[in-house]
Design a protein around this ligand. Sequence first.
Ligand code: UT7
Length: 352
Amino acid sequence: MASIKVNATVPNVAMVGIGAYRPTRIVSNDEVCQTLDSSDEWIYERSGIRNRRYISGDETARSMAVAAGERAIINSGIPREEIGMVLLSTLSWTTKIPHGAPQVAYDLGINGVAAVDLASGCSGFGYGLGMAADLVRAGTSKYVLLICVETLSVVLEPTDRSTAFIFGDGAGAVVVGPSEENGISPTVWGSDGENGEAIGQNHDMLSYMDRAQEYQRRDPETDPLDRMVVTMEGPRVFRWAAVTLPRALKSTLEISGITADDIDVFIPHQANARINELMKKNLGLRDDIPMANDIENTGNTSAASIPLAMEEMLATGKATGGQTALLLGFGAGLSYAGQVVTLPPAPQITSF
Ligand code: UT7
């Protein structure tokens, strides 16, 4: 039997740089309520959101992904030629063919590297970070650039009371690579396809294709395109989160060999400030432990929410590089993924 070579394995890995991009257009609750039957008070009280950002002008998922990736590379200080893989985590890329990662790699001046998209909704950063860490540990890539980007404003139904006020746009990225001390725990992750339809879309690809000819025959004046939008049964997801997430957080601490007292910073997915407060309390984290609250002015940016929230905390001094943080993403799938990490250095180039 031939002996197949194994790359040198790397036990210790970490996030060595972070970057983000926030669209310039800020959309207040009052602006959302021009088309949505809701109010600023209701939205803030139920979700913790005051503003979100939507793309405008030349901004696209591609431009935001490239901007965040570029900042992460520069902030990491590593030569971009050492990046062996671009992982693009997104559920709102507008084409499946071609997928986005090769285009983003090309725009970043690293055409030719391994480049693949990853779709796991709001747990997209956690899944991507777990995969990036293991790719580096296995010696497959020296550095992995993980970029998470969403343009959810494009797939929102502005009159839908369960989604229109929640979602926003943005991008966050980290460079994962070898490190003296280990800075990324094993990942605790899972899924629940049984409840998958709790977050979804009104049309799947097949029904679009089935109706393609019908679309071509329609009169756009009298028969406007019934576009694809995201759907969510909010209370159902809330109930699922209340049962699933405390267990996931407990397992993440156990698998990392640390206790709640060792956590300096808590950075959960920015889905709902009330869910996050409950998780913090249930886990027994001290009141004075800083917790990400990027949702207030960025909304829920799905896969991009954790890196955006991490960047916000580092850029504003609410957290510092080298601190120990607990991360947990959750959402579409349904799915979740979390880690204990050492925070990367505060970014020199920020999204603000
Ligand atoms: O990122 C992916 C993961 N997603 C999540 O984790 C989302 C989890 N779910 C949530 O965050 C919450 O379910 C929401 C923020 C989406 C909704 O909050 P809620 O407290 O669960 O509201 P609800 O749907 O149970 O509705 C409560 C009340 C109802 O009125 P009554 O029956 O009590 O009179 C609704 O009709 O609020 C009403 N309502 C609204 N009122 C104003 C529902 N949506 C709205 C709205 N504006 N947009």
